[in-house]
Design a protein around this ligand. Sequence first.
Ligand code: CTP
Ligand SMILES: C[C@](O)(CO)[C@H](O)COP(=O)(O)O
Length: 235
Amino acid sequence: MSFPKKQYTALLPAAGIGSRMQASIPKQYLSLGAKTILQTTLESFLHHPLIKQVVLVLHPDDCWYQKLSVSQPHKVLCLSGGEQRADSVLAGLAKLAADEWVLVHDAARPCISHQDISALIAQVEASQQGAILAYPVKDTMKRGNAQQQIINTVPREQLWHALTPQMFQAGELRDNISAALSQGLAVTDEASAMEWAGYTVNLVKGRSDNIKVTNPEDLALAQWFLSQQTDEETT
Ligand SMILES: Nc1ccn([C@@H]2O[C@H](COP(=O)(O)OP(=O)(O)OP(=O)(O)O)[C@@H](O)[C@H]2O)c(=O)n1
Ligand SMILES: C[C@](O)(CO)[C@H](O)COP(=O)(O)O
């Protein structure tokens, strides 16, 4: 007898204004062909067999989401985010049971693949420790000063780009993000708060096309990456 696989909640911070994108609307509502960035990301999670629901964190003044068509809207819980990404994540975490494992993923990363979501979940289930998708640095890395002059070359052998989703137990993540913020730590991703608290966080090598749409040139790149992905990788 095969037992049903455990299903998880995904938490999508989507409450940003996309200032670096320099667009007239928040970047998560820019189009990637027939769908917006937000719809593309959301659908990837709603169609993944191991995701049972999505907590979608929107800007308090968001007036775009309600106009979107979304498959399985009953699986989406919408709520308002906060000033920083970490505040929006905390708002979503407040809705989850403390012992629930949650995948936190930037809505601005629409190229996430099912294979990477599955790989992250498998790692966490095997280790019972938090983990993040990441990609090894492949360029020589330089540290620069305020005048954009090289200070030194940073050994890249152990450097990774932190991606999302990042998967942790909701209660521990909530407590450690709150504690790190109260100590003035810049919590730019979930792992930074967990590392700060002394937790082991595992790195799961993910696809390099799981980019965050941040600057104007990223939009066409994301659209091309998506055009190269096969259906079973994203829907
Ligand atoms: N207060 C915030 C800020 C960001 N985000 C979300 O966190 C993800 C990653 O953030 P980023 O790429 O920095 O998005 P923005 O903050 O919108 O971009 P910018 O910094 O250029 O304004 C995005 O899906 C964004 O919507 C959020 O939920 N709440
Ligand atoms: C969470 C993240 O995408 C991991 O690389 C990144 O830290 C988000 O940073 P941003 O400044 O909110 O875009």
